[in-house]
Design a protein around this ligand. Structure first.
Ligand SMILES: *[C@@H]1O[C@H](CO)[C@@H](O)[C@H](O)[C@H]1NC(C)=O
Ligand SMILES: *[C@@H]1O[C@H](CO)[C@@H](O)[C@H](O)[C@H]1NC(C)=O
Length: 218
């Protein structure tokens, strides 16, 4: 799974009456330019073989048909599979927002909200195969997973247990308030964990046997 981060920016202009734009600095137009420029980061700067995503999901500003607001708040998420890709995106997001807003005479503050939303590292499994697991969808996905923080400290392996209902009801995704857990899947999860534990113990015993053998040979 990808590593991810979030950003938020306030683009400040000068509010005024919509009929006299020449007396204002329009932050809505500036924010629009900023968003178009941000989208060039993935299409023009990212290695096509290192998938990245940048989505601006928040655009808040203005509240009337005939008023140019003082400022606009935008925010979004960026994702990449490599730490370098993530770091590059983060650095360029700030440069593009500040630079492009300045072209439109606006000031900006950019915030990566590190306290509440630290950069998630990519989730990369240790080892190719885990004994007992043989039916894995190995396609990478751009979702991010805080399990990756454990893997910063100890080797780890992330897998997903299927639990889709065999029914005609539409399947609700993980973040849907209508998600129903199919508890029939739980025994398979328990069995899988038990099988991983026994496989580990068997491997571990082989290692112990090897060590004992080499000690005997000494
Ligand atoms: C931007 O910041 C400068 C320096 O503080 C200030 O003089 C200017 O009025 C600001 N412009 C806007 C559009 O907020
Ligand atoms: C799913 O339901 C269909 C139709 O009721 C049935 O034929 C099929 O065997 C079921 N599959 C599983 C895995 O239970």
């Amino acid at each position: 799974m990808a590593g991810s981060g979030v950003f938020e920016a306030i683009i400040s202009g000068k509010g005024g009456h919509a009929a006299t734009p020449q007396l204002s600095i329009d932050p809505i137009l500036a924010a629009s330019h900023v968003i178009i420029s941000l989208h060039h980061l993935v299409s023009r700067e990212a290695d096509p073989l290192d998938p990245q995503v940048l989505t601006v999901g928040k655009f808040q500003g203005g509240g009337a048909f005939n008023v140019i607001p003082d400022y606009v708040r935008i925010g979004g998420t960026f994702r990449a599979f490599s730490r370098e890709g993530l770091k590059h995106l983060k650095q360029r997001i700030e440069q593009v927002i500040v630079g492009q807003a300045a072209v439109q005479k606006c000031n900006t503050t950019v915030n990566f909200l590190a306290e509440k939303n630290p950069l998630y590292p990519p989730t990369i499994n240790n080892g190719e195969n885990l004994p007992g697991i043989n039916n894995i969808d190995k396609q990478p996905i751009m979702a991010a997973e805080d399990f990756a923080f454990y893997q910063e400290v100890i080797p780890g392996y992330f897998f997903i247990l299927g639990m889709e209902y065999n029914s005609s009801e539409p399947f609700r995704s993980l973040h849907s308030p209508y998600l129903k857990i199919n508890e029939d899947g739980l025994p398979y999860g328990a069995a899988l964990h038990a099988s991983l534990a026994t496989s580990y113990l068997i491997l571990y015993q082989q290692d112990v046997a090897k060590v004992e053998k080499s000690i005997d040979e000494l």
